[in-house]
Each structure stands twice: as structure tokens, then as C-alpha cells.
Ligand binder design. Structure first.
Ligand code: AMP
Length: 297
């Protein structure tokens, strides 16, 4: 079924998407792809803007992927607002929105999962966190979507740094022809990284949540002068002052997610996951060694 919303074409079936992709192949237009779980905000919009600027045809997918949720309540409570999302898609000049049903993407008998080892055992993949199963859900759906959409470039946010690293690895290992582009994190005026999950914070929780970017800024400042271990300790102290204990706060390389011991190492980040007001928030600050500035993404 195709419905028009402004200038955006909405496709809900895999078969229809495959037909449109086949037609596009004849035109040699480049395809940019932004996979999301919807409830769009300015972070998603910046991914769409990058795709619009660099590609001829922009595909946005909206799919709340059941395979990447560990808890049914988290899946059910995930915010959704398709009408608003389609308005944002139209504003951003998206050519096609793919919004499939789970049964269509994962029909009866679907038996395959894609697993990237190692990179998914740490940070959000550790047993104390969401577990490697979360990333298996992510890589399985992204592999499937990349095969269906067959984009020239797929856009991911630095906000989900581990996800970007895992997908970058998958795309190299399995020789997808798609290039992965990572777009810088978009923040609220007070520094909180934009996230669909922020909508779940109470007013008080939203105020407390600003501790996340503040702790990361503090950790980066100290890390650059006294080393990553001291930076992590300083960041933890900022959380502690708010009565919060992060699930993790670690210094790791951007692409290999290896633990970093010297601030002079290349391309690393301070990454955190913390529960604020019952909402699990993640964020990170990339560090350009020796400059005291964020890296270029
Ligand atoms: P989600 O809908 O949360 O699965 O996110 C879809 C894509 O948007 C992912 O590649 C995210 O990393 C990216 N994204 C989410 N929040 C932000 C943000 N604040 N800035 C930049 N990209 C983001």
C-alpha cells in the first residue's frame, strides 16, 4: 500500500519496496538511507539532511525492531507518532518512507541472525547492561534493511557510538557495498543528547538528565590533562553528587572499542550509560587527542 503525505511516499510492504528499488536501479540515482525507530527529533533530521545533501534519493525507515528489545515493557512503551514523523520526513525532503510490519520483515520461518563478536561484549553489550542479544537484533535488522534498500550510503548517529562501530565492522566483514557515514550528535540547548527516550523523562528527571553531558564534559577535561582513568573518576564524582551511579563510564576507541589508557591515543571517546528517572540514557564525547576538543563527529 502506498499513501501520500505531502510529497513523501510511504511504503509498508517489502514486496513494494523491492519493486521501487528495482525501478531506481535503472535510473542510476544514488540512494541514501537513514534507518530509525521513529519518533523523530532533530538528531534524526540531521542524518536526513546529510543524506539529502549527498544522495539523489533518500529513504527513511521507521521500524521499532522487536529483536533488539530485551524487555516487552520497553518495546511496548517505546514512543510512536507516525503522523508527526511523516511531517518531519516531508520537511527534510525524504523521497520514500519504509514503515514495515514486523511480520513482513520477519515472516514465519525467519531463522537467521547476524552477530558481530567482540565489539558487542562491552559497554551496552556486557551482561550487566543490555547484553550482546541487543546488538544481534540491531545487526540482523540493519543487514536485512541494507539488502532491501541497497543504499549507496547509510547514515548513523555518533550518539549510538557502539552501534556505529558494530555496523561499520559488519559492513566491512560481510562486504556490503554500502558506505557507512557517522553524523555528529545533536544536543538540546542545555547539552542533553537528543533521544526519542527523553520523552519518557518526568519534568524533574529532564532537569537531572543534564548531568549526563556535564559529567562527560568534566571527564573529558580531566582526561586530557591527567589521563582517562582520572577523567572517568571525575565524571563518576559528578554523577555521585546527583545520587547517580552509571551503568558504565569508560574510555574506548571509536572503531575498535578498545579500552584507552593514554589520552594521546587517536580517535577515542568517553562513553556512558546511566539510568535517570527510570529512563536508560546513553551518550558519549569523542576526543581528539591533544587538542581538548571533540573529534570531528
Ligand atoms: P533510533 O531511532 O534511536 O534508532 O536512531 C536512529 C538513528 O538516529 C541512529 O543512527 C542514531 O544514532 C541516530 N540518532 C539518535 N539520536 C541522535 C542524536 N541526538 N544526534 C545524532 N544522531 C542521532
Amino acid at each position: 500500500m502506498t499513501t501520500g503525505s505531502g510529497t513523501v511516499q510511504v511504503v509498508r510492504s517489502v514486496a513494494e519496496l523491492e519493486g521501487i528499488r528495482e525501478e531506481l536501479r535503472g535510473t542510476e540515482r544514488t540512494v541514501g538511507f537513514v534507518p530509525t525507530m521513529g519518533f523523530l527529533h532533530d538528531g534524526h533530521a540531521s542524518l536526513l539532511a546529510a543524506a539529502r545533501a549527498q544522495c539523489d534519493f533518500v529513504v527513511l525507515s521507521i521500524f521499532v525492531n522487536p529483536k533488539q528489545f530485551n524487555q516487552a515493557s520497553d518495546l511496548e512503551g517505546y514512543p510512536r507518532d507516525e503522523e508527526r514523523d511523516l511531517g518531519i520526513a516531508a520537511e527534510q525532503g525524504v523521497d520514500l518512507v519504509f514503515s514495515p510490519e514486523a511480520d513482513d520483515l520477519y515472516p514465519e520461518g525467519f531463522a537467521t541472525s547476524v552477530e558481530v563478536r567482540g565489539l558487542t561484549d562491552v559497554l551496552c553489550g556486557s551482561e550487566d547492561s543490555r547484553g550482546a542479544g541487543h546488538f544481534r537484533g540491531v545487526t540482523t535488522v540493519v543487514a536485512l534493511l541494507l539488502n532491501l534498500v541497497d543504499p549507496d550510503v547509510a547514515y548513523f548517529g555518533q550518539k549510538d557510538a557502539q552501534q556505529a562501530a558494530v555496523i561499520g565492522r559488519m559492513v566491512r566483514d560481510l562486504a556490503f557495498r554500502t558506505r557507512v557515514a557517522v553524523v555528529p550528535t545533536v544536543r538540546e540547548p542545555d547539552g542533553l543528547a537528543m533521544s526519542s527516550r527523553n520523552a519518557r523523562l518526568s519534568e524533574a528527571g529532564r532537569q537531572t538528565a543534564v548531568v549526563v553531558p556535564r559529567a562527560l564534559e568534566r571527564a573529558r577535561e580531566v582526561a586530557l590533562s591527567e589521563g582517562p582513568a582520572a577523567g572517568i573518576e571525575a565524571g563518576r564524582a559528578v554523577f555521585r553528587a546527583e545520587g547517580l551511579e552509571p551503568e558504565y563510564l569508560e574510555a574506548r576507541t571509536l572503531s575498535g572499542l578498545r579500552e584507552v589508557e593514554e589520552a594521546s591515543e587517536d580517535d577515542w571517546m568517553l562513553a556512558v550509560a546511566v539510568e535517570v528517572d527510570g529512563v536508560r540514557l546513553i551518550d558519549n564525547l569523542p576526543v581528539e587527542a591533544g587538542t581538548g576538543k571533540g573529534a570531528g563527529r
